[in-house]
Ligand binder design. Structure first.
Ligand SMILES: CC(C)(COP(=O)(O)OP(=O)(O)OC[C@H]1O[C@@H](n2cnc3c(N)ncnc32)[C@H](O)[C@@H]1OP(=O)(O)O)[C@@H](O)C(=O)NCCC(=O)NCCS
Length: 160
């Protein structure tokens, strides 16, 4: 499937925020936790201006996006969300591959990802490796920390 990508604009902020919330809710977290994570799930116009934020479109509608932060050798995947009604058709993979190419073109040697536990299998399929875990919220919750190495070899999607 061909997925059209384009840089996000300040005016996309509300749409991207809605996609992030809907995608996170797809894992059926308690609403109390969704409220706790409101800042992380909110994309402001200023964030879009200051970071590399890229949207995926289908039929002219934004249906997913990613954001990269950091400069130098390490890039961080800050956001990676696909609207639930458009998941499982290849949009996440297309966005991830675009993020990898962007990070590599900027000279990064690794892409770091603090993954939602439910999304870890997706990143592993994309070639990332788990290197540890980091504390999250609520207290006691942790997130898998993954790294995709960008130098030395082409990133390879694991099949099957
Ligand atoms: C995780 C997410 C980004 C994947 O996007 P997607 O568009 O559904 O993924 P794709 O259709 O491109 O799938 C690519 C491959 O990954 C696999 N995959 C997708 N989601 C997966 C998951 N949660 N666990 C394991 N494998 C997964 C697919 O089966 C597919 O494999 P294939 O190439 O062998 O067919 C998306 O489901 C999402 O936004 N989820 C909710 C929010 C979230 O947790 N985002 C990540 C924050 S760190």
């Amino acid at each position: 499937m061909t997925v059209e990508t384009r840089p996000a604009q300040r005016t996309d902020a509300d749409t991207l925020t809605a996609i992030a919330h809907a995608a996170k809710r797809s894992w059926r977290y308690p609403e109390e936790w969704i409220r706790l994570w409101a800042n992380e799930l909110t994309v402001t116009p200023d964030f879009i201006e200051r970071n590399r934020v890229c949207g995926a479109q289908r039929s002219g509608q934004v249906v997913g996006f990613y954001a990269l932060s950091g400069t130098g050798s390490t890039c961080e995947l800050e956001h990676m969300w696909v609207a639930p009604e458009h998941s499982h058709v290849g949009i996440g993979a297309a966005l991830f591959e675009h993020a990898v190419e962007t990070a590599r073109a900027e000279g990064a040697s690794e892409l770091r990802i603090a993954s939602d536990p439910n999304a870890e299998g997706f990143y592993v399929k994309m070639g990332a490796e788990r290197v540890g875990e980091i504390p999250s919220r609520p207290p006691g919750r942790t997130l898998p920390l993954l790294v995709l190495r960008l130098t030395g070899r082409e990133p390879r999607r694991r099949r099957g």
